[in-house]
Design a protein around this ligand. Structure first.
Ligand SMILES: [Zn+2]
Length: 280
């Protein structure tokens, strides 16, 4: 009897005999292939990693089944469930149909079909506006998958995307229709993880307020407004204070020029005062 792994390996070897480019898989990922991709990437190689949120759905397998459905005409390379399960739908050597057209306001480096030059990871988020925070299991799976992909494609920089490559969200390509894809994601924590930082003393907050979050001069909503933070953006927090209670949460966090209410932040990081479970 072949083990499942041996069978997959045998299948890959068979495939390699036909097309050398066609076997880039994440070890341990459940393989649920979708036909919605460009085989061979039209000669391009991936330089950017694009993170997405599914804006609906329940499990990674269900999303992968939708990617197999001819009605969808879409697929991502990977889907990560809220339970941390990783499903692979498209070989990394192919361009998954994950990213739509380049919209007005997109980052300047997008020119060729983005699907030729990207690897895409979907994160299951049941809420249709992608406002869910990713779960701890999903975060661990996502960080490990990103690290492993980059080990296979070192041209993908371990940093925010720029013209040379890197990691970003779907919003970079389609800032109008996909402004909230992936929605909240612990970006800075990811970069610290990829670059060997412990993150042990750090605290990050991702803005969950749909209209953005005002920065106040003092930890109360009556003090001067000195700026604002965009929905879904992540910021390093440098301290915590008790302030005005916002919907029962009196934690306020220090950002470079003022304070923001903890009620509207998804917290992550290893600092002792950075505890997402504490609503004081
Ligand atoms: Zn997306």
């Amino acid at each position: 009897m072949f083990s499942v792994k041996a069978s997959v390996a045998a299948f890959c070897l068979l495939f390699v005999a036909i097309d050398l480019s066609n076997c880039q898989r994440e070890p341990g990922a459940l393989w649920m292939p979708s036909p919605h991709h460009y085989s061979g990437r039209n000669g391009y190689a991936p330089k950017w990693l694009i993170l997405h949120g599914t804006a609906g759905g329940s499990s990674a397998e269900n999303i992968a089944r939708w990617f197999q459905n001819p009605d969808s005409q879409v697929a991502a390379h990977y889907v990560i469930g809220q339970d941390g399960k990783v499903v692979q739908c498209v070989d990394e050597s192919s361009g998954a149909w994950a990213n739509g057209r380049i919209e007005s306001g997109a980052d300047s480096w997008w020119s060729v079909n983005p699907n030729y030059v990207t690897i895409s990871i979907e994160h299951v988020k049941p809420k249709t506006d992608n406002s869910d925070a990713i779960t701890p299991a999903q975060k661990t799976a996502s960080f490990n998958l990103v690290r492993n992909i980059i080990s296979r494609y070192p041209a993908i920089r371990k940093a925010w995307a720029n013209s040379a490559g890197g990691i970003t969200g779907h919003f970079s390509i389609s800032p109008i229709s996909r402004e909230r894809c992936p929605g909240p994601y612990p970006w800075e924590e990811l970069f610290a993880f990829l670059n060997g930082g412990s993150g042990g003393d750090e605290c990050y907050g991702t803005v969950t307020a749909s209209g953005g979050l005002f920065i106040r001069a003092q930890p109360n909503s009556g003090s001067a407004m000195v700026g604002s933070l965009n929905y879904g953006s992540q910021h390093r927090l440098s301290g915590r204070s008790a302030g005005e209670s916002i919907n029962g949460n009196s934690a306020w966090f220090k950002v470079p020029n003022g304070y923001v209410s903890g009620y509207w932040l998804q917290l992550s990081g290893g600092a002792s005062w950075c505890n997402s479970n504490v609503h004081i």
